[in-house]
Design a protein around this ligand. Structure first.
Ligand SMILES: [Zn+2]
Length: 240
């Protein structure tokens, strides 16, 4: 495959689909991991270096507090694919080549490699924002760019955000469930969040939305796979 291809969807003829989570690790990631484990589902996590570094503490369902890097290790140990989102969730097209390469991509690649002992291969730029420079730097780092074709819209917020306050999310769990079910098709790459731009907690509604959507989609004979497995069958769809 050409490394400057931007992948948006898997093989349209095979009922494999990929759940992807951006902006984590975050406080809701342990609960997402619990739901994925409950249904034997493997997913892909596009992580922020700042959230791994910052060591946010999250309580899991045993009452134990675990840190950002322990969450990513757990996800890796449970068979999920760990990928790169960036370090600080900035729009990369507004940065210098030097900043994109050193501050964002190669830095996060190193953080993940040191943590899990595997070199990440996939990269999703914040806001899906890409230009030729971002594309070329990703290529130089041997990163494959993966976007999405199915939005859960879990990160959509109400327009009025109180400065310094918490986010008010537009959609609750039933809306998020419907957004996924309405848009799903063979090869879908589903955009979800387990954090929010490195600054806020993700929409907790994604947890119960998935607890309802996953078994229904499995009943419809969809297989949940990592991005790696989604692309392994070839015939994936790239952006025009
Ligand atoms: Zn993001």
């Amino acid at each position: 495959m050409m490394s400057d291809e931007i992948i948006v969807k898997g093989n349209p003829n095979i009922p494999n689909i990929a759940l992807t989570f951006d902006d984590g690790p975050g406080r809701i990631t342990p609960y997402i991991l619990d739901v994925l484990r409950k249904y034997g589902v493997k997913a892909t996590f596009f992580c922020l270096g700042c959230c791994i570094d910052k060591n946010i503490a999250a309580q899991d369902n045993t009452g134990r507090y675990i840190t950002g890097n322990e969450i990513v290790k757990r996800a890796n140990d449970e068979g999920h694919l760990i990928a790169i989102h960036s370090h600080d969730h900035r729009d990369l097209t507004g940065l210098t080549d030097e900043e994109i390469l050193n501050n964002e991509l190669s830095r996060t690649k190193k953080i993940i490699t040191n943590l899990i002992g595997k070199t990440p291969v996939y990269f999703r730029p914040p806001y899906g924002s890409i230009d030729d420079r971002v594309n070329n730097i990703a290529k130089a780092l041997d990163l494959k760019i993966v976007l999405w074709n199915c939005r859960s819209a879990d990160s959509s917020t109400e327009p009025a955000i109180i400065l310094g306050g918490s986010l008010k999310y537009k959609y609750g769990p039933v809306d998020i469930y419907s957004n996924i079910m309405r848009n799903i098709e063979n090869g879908s790459i589903i955009l979800c969040h387990d954090g929010h731009s490195g600054k806020y907690d993700a929409n907790f509604g994604i947890v119960s939305a998935l607890d309802r959507a996953i078994p229904e989609l499995q009943q419809k004979r969809f297989n949940f796979v990592t991005v790696d497995d989604l692309l392994a069958t070839g015939n994936y769809v790239i952006q025009d």
